[in-house]
Structure formats: structure tokens, C-alpha cells
Ligand binder design. Structure first.
Ligand SMILES: Cc1cc2nc3c(=O)[nH]c(=O)nc-3n(C[C@H](O)[C@H](O)[C@H](O)COP(=O)(O)OP(=O)(O)OC[C@H]3O[C@@H](n4cnc5c(N)ncnc54)[C@H](O)[C@@H]3O)c2cc1C
Length: 328
């Protein structure tokens, strides 16, 4: 008999369970849980939209039911908004757009919660969470003490932060403080966003345009399980890009961090994986960067598909692509 009873929410739709699932409604309650479960295997999750559980979880899953946001200060140009970790980021963005407060609207429709957005440094349409994060409030898992991290101390990079590296599993983000704008300066240079919004857009116009574009390209998690982009886009030395560009017509690319970023979706498509399946896991036909649970996929199906794709990209282009999704 297994003692794993509690289903773990995850957008991939993996049928996994945990020994304990504990949801807290305040920072004090979280601190009590940390004391109660000291020494046990712990994992704090948000909406489970960037996770691939490879088996049941033999430990304690923590989740926040704190879902409010408040204005902590403002001046003529900016507003500091402190949001609880368990608030769905997209709900926060909808409220902010209604108030004419801007800075997060390009991140609309990402299915995660506020806490994880500051771990993952989520990004879309030319904006990353780090661009507007002022600071992050946390509790230390070891002793429940409070610590505030400034933006610099979070050491943000592309889908990366200190909470995914040196401090992985050591701090729980309880609140994120965003520094947002009262005067709107839309950021429309990415993809076809400029063409999708009308003249003189409001934050809500940009939000709606982003949602329209995303709905055309990405699977709805209510219909098809996924964790969004499965792989990170690799940044390669210029020589590697030049070699590929000599053999293929119009290789999509962006200059970044002294190298060249090549969309992993393009590399995967060139390897012939678009629309292909292993077991119940499929490389999504409309966006090959996304792996979907097309037909009762097991974690092993998803891992086998991801491994086969990585191997082919490596042998065809000599480029290593790595998962953006967290394997648990
Ligand atoms: C359809 C779809 C589209 C997506 N589009 C995008 C996109 O455009 N851009 C993008 O960047 N991502 C995208 N994602 C990925 C995902 O939504 C983001 O990574 C999101 O930030 C994950 O949030 P979550 O609340 O689901 O976190 P989870 O997946 O539950 O957790 C992610 C990680 O954060 C940790 N964590 C969670 N909460 C806390 C906390 N409070 N304190 C400390 N650690 C914590 C977890 O332990 C885990 O390591 C997409 C996903 C899907 C399914």
C-alpha cells in the first residue's frame, strides 16, 4: 500500500500524488508548517505550470492560499505594489491594467503564480519579471526567519535566479514587490505585437493583444496538458551561428549576452520533431518548443520525447538544448 494520497496540481496533467499537501493562509502559518515539517523532504509549488513530476512525491508539498496585492508607496511616476506569492500573476496583471498601471502587461496569460514568477524570472514579448521586480520577501526554510532580497541580490538571468542555483530550496518567496509605471510606455518590439495593437494603446490593449497572440500559438492548459516552453533557447558563440547560417536559409536569431540566441523551436523543427509523439507525449504541432500531454502521457513518455529531441539537436547542430521545465 502506498501512503501517497494527495493529488499534486500540475498543468502537465501527470497523475502524481504526495504524502502531504499543506496549504497556508498567512506567513505565520507557513512558519508553523516549516517548524512542523522540519527535516522532511519539502517542495513549495505554485500553479505547477513549470514542473514535470517524474514520480509520486515522498514528502510535503507546500502551497500558498495568500492571494492579495497592495500599494505600498507611490510618487509622481511609479507605484510599488506588493503581491502575495499565491496570487495568479495574470489576475494581478488584469487588475493593474484596469487601474492604468503598466509594466507587467506583456506577461499576460502566463499561467503561474506571483511567487514562482520571481524564481523563474518569467518572460514574454520582450519583458522579463526582473525588469519590474523591486524586491522579494522570503522566509528561510531552515528557521523561518525573514529575509528581503533586492533585485540585484536575486541575480536574475534568462529564466534564472539565485533561487534556482545557490539558494535552491532554501527560501520561500512570500511576497514580490513590483515597481510599476503610472505613465505608459508600451513595449511592442517583440514578435508581431506592434501589428496586433492599435494606435495609442492602453495597458489593457496590449494585454488583450498578447492574449490573442498566445491563444493562437499555445495550447490551452484546460484542454491540453503542458508546461509551456519545455526547453530554453540556446545562446551560442557567433562561429556556431555562422556555420549554421551558411547551410540554411534565413536562420532566425537574436544577438544576446555577447552570443547569438537561436530559437530552440527552429532547431527542433529542423530535426523533424514538430507534431511527432512518443507514447502519449507530443511535440506540439503549432509550437514545437512546447511538449504536450496529448494522450494520457506518463512522465516517462515526456522524458523520452525530451531526451530524443535533445539528442537529435545535439547531433545535427552540435548545440545542447536544456529543459526550462523543472524535473521533480
Ligand atoms: C501554457 C503555458 C504557457 C507558458 N508561458 C510562459 C511564458 O510565456 N514565459 C515564461 O517564462 N513561462 C511560461 N510558462 C511557464 C510557467 O508558467 C512559469 O515558469 C511560471 O512562473 C511557473 O509558475 P507556477 O506558479 O506554476 O510555479 P511552479 O511550476 O509550481 O514552480 C516553479 C518553480 O518555482 C518554485 N516555487 C514556486 N513557488 C515558490 C515560492 N513561493 N517560493 C520559492 N520557490 C517557489 C517551485 O519549487 C519550482 O521550482 C508557461 C507555462 C504554460 C503551461
Amino acid at each position: 500500500m502506498t501512503n501517497h494520497h494527495f493529488p499534486i496540481p500540475n498543468t502537465f496533467g501527470m497523475p502524481v500524488k504526495a504524502r502531504v499537501y499543506a496549504e497556508y493562509r498567512s506567513v505565520e502559518e507557513l512558519r508553523e508548517f516549516l517548524l512542523q515539517f522540519r527535516g522532511e523532504k519539502l517542495l513549495h509549488i505554485g500553479a505547477g505550470s513549470n514542473l514535470l513530476f517524474t514520480s509520486d512525491f515522498n514528502g510535503v508539498i507546500l502551497h500558498s492560499a495568500m492571494r492579495r496585492a497592495r500599494c505600498v508607496s507611490e510618487d509622481a511616476d511609479h507605484v510599488l505594489i506588493e503581491a502575495d506569492n499565491g496570487l495568479v500573476l495574470d489576475e494581478l496583471i488584469a487588475q493593474l491594467c484596469d487601474m492604468g498601471i503598466s509594466g507587467l502587461e506583456n506577461l499576460s496569460y502566463i499561467p503561474g503564480e506571483v511567487g514562482a514568477s520571481a524564481v523563474q524570472n518569467v518572460g514574454a514579448y520582450g519583458v522579463e519579471a526582473k525588469d519590474v521586480i523591486d524586491s522579494v520577501r522570503t522566509l528561510a526554510v531552515a528557521d523561518g526567519s525573514e529575509r528581503i532580497f533586492t533585485n540585484e541580490e536575486c541575480r536574475y538571468g534568462y529564466r534564472d535566479s539565485i533561487f534556482k542555483n545557490e539558494l535552491k530550496g532554501k527560501y520561500i518567496i512570500t511576497h514580490v514587490v513590483y515597481r510599476l509605471n503610472k505613465h505608459f510606455a508600451p513595449r511592442l518590439d517583440y514578435g508581431n505585437l506592434r501589428g496586433e495593437v492599435g494606435a495609442n494603446p492602453t495597458p489593457t490593449d496590449v494585454r488583450e493583444a498578447v492574449i490573442r497572440i498566445r491563444r493562437q500559438k499555445l495550447p490551452e492548459i484546460s484542454e491540453l496538458g503542458s508546461a509551456g516552453s519545455f526547453f530554453k533557447n540556446p545562446i551560442v558563440p557567433r562561429e556556431i551561428y555562422d556555420e549554421i547560417a551558411a547551410s540554411y536559409e534565413r536562420v532566425p536569431h537574436f544577438e544576446q549576452d555577447g552570443g547569438v540566441k537561436i530559437p530552440a523551436a527552429w532547431l527542433i523543427e529542423q530535426c523533424g520533431w514538430k507534431g511527432k509523439s512518443i507514447g502519449g507525449a507530443q511535440c506540439y504541432p503549432k509550437q514545437p518548443l512546447v511538449l504536450v500531454n496529448a494522450n494520457n502521457a506518463t512522465p516517462q513518455d515526456v522524458m523520452a520525447l525530451a531526451d530524443a529531441i535533445c539528442k537529435d539537436v545535439q547531433s545535427k547542430f552540435g548545440i545542447t538544448i536544456s529543459p526550462e521545465v523543472n524535473y521533480i
